[in-house]
Design a protein. Structure first.
Length: 523
């Protein structure tokens, strides 16, 4: 029996629906992005915009006081622009002082890669060049000191901070030794890490050389002793104990310490560093058969040594920050003001803007660039205005900090500032990240002024920042022979009306990178 299927056909129809959708315009996206940038990142962003957009110009040019060179590099008749924009002619005689001579330029040194070469398998590289050096130097008996390049090396080192490898290689070039020893020391230098320690065992290093060279552990031991004689003292060590021992021997040779004290310190570094780290002074005195004063001298000598002798070479410089806001006291009130050095002065180029106005129908893509320039100027101004509003709100709530310091910090959360300045919490979070405030007590990130609260006996609240500062003050004032435990610090805080658990004290102490009570104990 068949079945009949009836298909229904729906007629097409039009329907209207209303809905709301949040769309971020390019201008709003740029405003949000600029707000979360740090001051240095903002300067980079602006410099990029200046190079891409000819309609944007900067009034506070950092090169206003610089002497400008002509395209051909000539100085005669060039113009130096002062801060006010006026031109000053530079005479040829004055320009001669700035003309660089050919002798002022040194050759850049080659950078060695940190990759290890398998010499036994015939890999080519730096070691292949050293083998050629052996052959060329062996016949002449030369000490491989390149006197012609000595001045160039000095100039290159003056131009940049020499790395540890460069520092050791420079000493090797001035050391009189056989070509083979020179090459072996150079190989060991390549295996020294940034802290100055040799990361390759001599037995392992001996297996990397081709068998026909007959390089064994004895030859590498001679090269290692030569390396360990270089500056800084302790370089080329294979352990902390060996590093400290090398420095003690160096001081003993220089007459900086007497033999008995050096021998006792050597015994501690070689066999009892764990006891010294644990502050087990009773066992140390019994083992060394010394009194308190003698152990203090031994401890002071060991603490004066450097366990990372190579860390000072090629280290990056300190990171500097530019404060966005400066807080000053004006008529008994703390006022936040923008740092003028951090605020860029931008404007639209009047000449290009006039041309666009007169030629509205034939502007190409410059009309869009004009709009982008205006957006950037407006968003940069809005960024600093928002930073200033948020900073002043923080200053109003933390005014006691600017008078008494961190111990007077009150609890503060992002929501409280957001409600005051009528912004969203996420916006306040962007404003307070990587933005800095210059205060009478130093420069702090805006996030520093926010902290959770802990209840006091009086029914009030104390900021976690203030509690950290109290803990720091307690530890700085403690007796080093009987330091304060976390429980005793909690009791001291309780005596001041702040109830804090011992584990909370330990958490704050660790956050401030303060060692525990056992490691703070001294004689």
């Amino acid at each position: 029996m068949g079945h009949v299927v009836i298909l229904g056909i729906m007629k097409p129809s039009l329907q209207l629906r209303m809905s709301q959708q949040l769309t971020l315009t390019p201008q709003l996206q740029q405003s949000i992005r600029l707000l979360q940038l740090s001051t240095l990142e903002l300067q980079t962003e602006i410099e990029q915009a200046l190079s891409d957009n000819p309609l944007l110009e900067r009034l506070d040019d950092v090169l206003d006081n610089a002497v400008r060179l002509a395209p051909n590099g000539a100085m005669d008749g060039d113009t130096a622009w002062d801060a006010g924009g006026s031109a000053q002619e530079v005479s040829g005689e004055a320009g001669a002082d700035f003309a660089p001579g050919a002798e002022d330029f040194g050759q850049e040194g080659s950078s060695d890669s940190g990759d290890r070469v398998d010499y036994a398998n015939g890999d080519e590289g730096v070691f292949g060049e050293r083998l050629n050096d052996w052959a060329s130097e062996a016949g002449s008996g030369s000490s491989a000191i390149n006197d012609d390049s000595e001045d160039d090396r000095g100039f290159v080192q003056a131009q940049h901070s020499a790395s540890l490898r460069e520092h050791l290689s420079a000493q090797l070039q001035t050391t009189r030794c056989t070509p083979q020893d020179r090459a072996l020391v150079s190989v060991l230098i390549d295996e020294v890490n940034a802290d100055g320690y040799l990361e390759l065992e001599l037995e392992e290093a001996a297996t990397l050389f081709p068998a026909q060279l007959e390089i064994g552990v004895d030859e590498l031991q001679v090269a290692l002793r030569m390396l360990q004689s270089f500056e800084p003292a302790g370089v080329g060590a294979r352990s902390v104990a060996e590093c400290l021992a090398l420095q003690l021997k160096e001081r003993l040779r220089n007459g900086e310490v007497n033999a008995e004290l050096a021998e006792q310190a050597m015994q501690v570094t070689q066999h009892h560093l764990d006891l010294l780290a644990a502050r087990d002074f009773v066992r140390l005195k019994r083992i060394l058969q010394v009194d308190d004063d003698q152990l203090k001298a031994i401890q002071a000598l060991i603490r004066s040594l450097d366990p990372r002798p190579g860390a000072a070479y090629g280290a990056e410089g300190a990171a500097f920050v530019m404060p966005d806001v400066v807080v000053r006291k004006v008529r008994n009130s703390w006022i936040a003001m923008l740092n003028n050095d951090a605020v860029p002065r931008l404007r639209v180029n009047e000449m290009y803007a006039g041309l666009l106005k007169r030629n509205r129908g034939n502007t190409g893509g410059m009309a869009g660039q004009l709009q982008e320039a205006r957006w950037l100027i407006k968003n940069v101004a809005q960024r600093f205005d928002t930073i200033l509003r948020v900073s002043q709100a923080i200053v109003d709530r933390q005014r006691e900090f600017f008078t008494h310091g961190a111990v007077a910090m009150r609890p503060l959360v992002l929501r409280e500032i957001a409600e005051t300045v009528s912004l969203h919490e996420s916006t306040v979070s962007r404003v307070t990240t990587q933005k800095y405030m210059l205060t009478p007590f130093g420069t702090f990130e805006l996030k520093y002024f926010f902290g959770s609260h802990l209840t006091t006996d009086a029914g009030g609240s104390a900021s976690s920042t203030a509690i950290r500062e109290l803990i720091r003050q307690f530890i700085e004032a403690e007796d080093s022979a009987d330091p304060l435990s976390d429980s005793r610090i909690a009791d001291l805080l309780g005596a001041q009306g702040v109830q804090v658990a011992r584990r909370t004290v330990a958490k704050y102490r660790e956050a401030m990178q303060i060692p525990p009570v056992g490691q703070r104990k001294t004689l």
